[in-house]
Every structure is written in C-alpha cells, then in structure tokens.
Design a protein around this ligand. Structure first.
Ligand SMILES: [Zn+2]
Length: 184
C-alpha cells in the first residue's frame, strides 16, 4: 500500500480584526493600545516626510504615535505607497504592525490572539494519512502547532507524534505551509 496521502484538505486563515498592541502608555502606564481601524498621519517638512500611525491607550484614550518613517526624502517613497498612507489603507496598517523593525523602534508587540479565524472543510471518515494545506488569506503570525491543534482538535502531544511538518512547528509564520496527519 502506498504511504502517500490520498486526501488533501485546504485550510484558510483570515484576519478578523487588527491586533491590540502591548505598548506602555506614557500617561497612565497601562500596557495596551489600539490602532482602531488605523489612521496614518503624514507630515511634510520641505523635502522630508514623517509618517506616523496613530494609536490610542485602551485605558485613558491618550493618542500616541508610532514612527513609520522618520524624516525620509519625499522621493524615496513610491507615490502609490504615499497614496495608501493618505487613504489609511487597512492592509497597509496591518503590514505596518507586522514590520519587526517598526515594532522594535516603537517598542511594541502586536497581540494576534483572537484576531483570526480558520476555515476548514469537513474531514471525511477515516482519512488517514491526511494532508492539509494552510493558506494565509491575510498575514497573521501564527504558530503552526497552535493552528493545527485548533483546526484538528488533536492535542499538542499527539501532534508531536502524528504530524509531519517541514517547518518549525512552534515558530510563528505567515507563510503558507502544509503538513500530514498520520493514523494513530
Ligand atoms: Zn493611558
């Protein structure tokens, strides 16, 4: 009998909202901020541009700014990108929050828990081994083992025994991947 999986199921990850940020408020010292729907502020100073993403403390509502670009030459930013900042493009807000350099510079970490949902088709009876492909409709950094446990109902211990996966299962990723669930 062939050991190749015969059944392939597609799973899809979608973002349901933007993440809260773990970010210290300078006024009330709470640790959480929100971008709301996402608002950029672009300030031109001669030929230099500053771009910020506005955030609000979830406790005292104080408005703060995350630095996205700091005194960069206007010409160094593509016009389409500038348009997206002016239009508060939702996907650009998400991309900004995903940028590790911006997170480091502004000392925040996004909290992605509860910001995503997984769409899974029904599993046929006794499908093992079963191959599952995971497609990120939106980039949400997730640990594969967490996603697999959520989607399959299989415990983490059992995942270690039954799941064959080619990427580190406990390192967050936003890249599509696939894995195989073997019989018990
Ligand atoms: Zn505050």
């Amino acid at each position: 009998m062939s050991s190749r999986p015969h059944i392939v199921l597609p799973w899809t990850v979608r973002r349901t909202r933007l993440p809260l940020l773990n970010l210290r408020c300078v006024a009330c010292h709470s640790g959480h901020a929100t971008t709301g729907d996402g608002r950029f502020r672009v300030n031109a100073n001669g030929k230099l541009l500053d771009v910020w993403l506005l955030v609000n403390c979830v406790h005292c509502d104080r408005t703060g700014k995350l630095t996205v670009h700091d005194r960069v030459p206007v010409r160094s930013l593509p016009p389409a990108l500038l348009n997206d900042y002016s239009a508060n493009s939702p996907s650009l807000v998400a991309r900004t929050l995903l940028d590790p350099a911006i997170a480091r510079r502004n000392r925040f970490t996004p909290a992605w828990d509860g910001c995503w949902e997984l769409h899974t088709p029904p599993v046929p009876e006794d499908p093992w081994p079963l191959q599952i492909t995971v497609t990120f409709h939106d980039p949400v950094p997730l640990r594969p083992e967490r996603l697999i446990a959520h989607g399959s109902g299989i415990s983490r211990n059992e995942i270690a025994r039954r799941v064959k996966i080619d990427i580190p299962p406990n390192r967050r990723t936003t890249q599509d991947f696939s894995f195989i669930i073997n019989p018990r």
